[in-house]
Design a protein around this ligand. Sequence first.
Ligand code: NAP
Length: 283
Amino acid sequence: MPAQLIDGIALSKSIRADVAHRIAHLKSRGIQPRLSIVLVGDDPASQVYTRHKVNDSTETGLEATLERYPADLPEADLLARIRTLNADPAVHGILVQLPLPAHMDAQKVIEAIAPSKDVDGFHVSSAGALMVGRPGFWPCTPYGCMKMLESIGFSLRGKHAVVIGRSNIVGKPMAMMLLQQNATVTICHSATADLGAMTRQADVIVAAVGKRNVLTADMVKPGAVVIDVGMNRNDEGKLCGDVDFEGVRQVAGWITPVPGGVGPMTRAMLLVNTLEAAERATR
Ligand code: NAP
């Protein structure tokens, strides 16, 4: 029997509805949750992403402002702008769209954001909070993956989860979140000698690589849950993930599609984090 789909579009809709409800409650107390998005340069993908973030925010009642700066903006000017946003009590979340132009130190820029407004969850303080299990902001993509696992009632306790990829924004925080739910976690990467030997043992596989067909049917234990974070283009130029979807769905128990899986969940979790920042600021 083919795997059941975990529908990121349907789940993200219900999360957005909940966010809208909580925002309406804040507004009834005279609080307008606000997100400041900063875009430097004219990277075409970043322009699309930031536009989505503004539209998503507006739809749920969040106020989002998009500040655009030229690619040659001096780093010091960006840092000064972030300091001003940090000090503005009307701004609850700050998001600097990545990638930044090459003359900027992206980590330094992220570290300039007040941890209480770090709704992307990329600040070292957010990463540390996740590591020690304290309240902070979880990066939106792995946070969305966790919500997907929760939505199917999958208990991670004692299960073996394999995360393919170890970036600071997806793979590592994903592994930490799974660990906190008492899964046994293996992190794989480009130097992993035999990826299939690892994934075949897994009850849950999260693929976050950025290469097509990294995970094929022969690498999956029957019934496993497969979460596909990857975003690639196939030969026809269509969006596809890291997983050989047609093959793996014949073996897995659950699978996320691309498109319509992790992508919409990532977008929804930014709204959750921004709302959370506003709620915390006014508690
Ligand atoms: P990244 O920083 O490039 O990390 C990719 C990881 O994959 C690295 O850890 C790399 O290992 C590992 N890797 C490369 N080739 C491998 C192989 N053959 N076998 C095993 N591991 C391999 O990418 P990222 O930012 O984490 O993003 C990963 C993918 O997720 C991309 O397609 C990205 O577009 C997508 N993404 C999607 C969303 C969404 O909302 N759907 C959000 C974020 C990212 P090394 O560390 O050894 O180099």
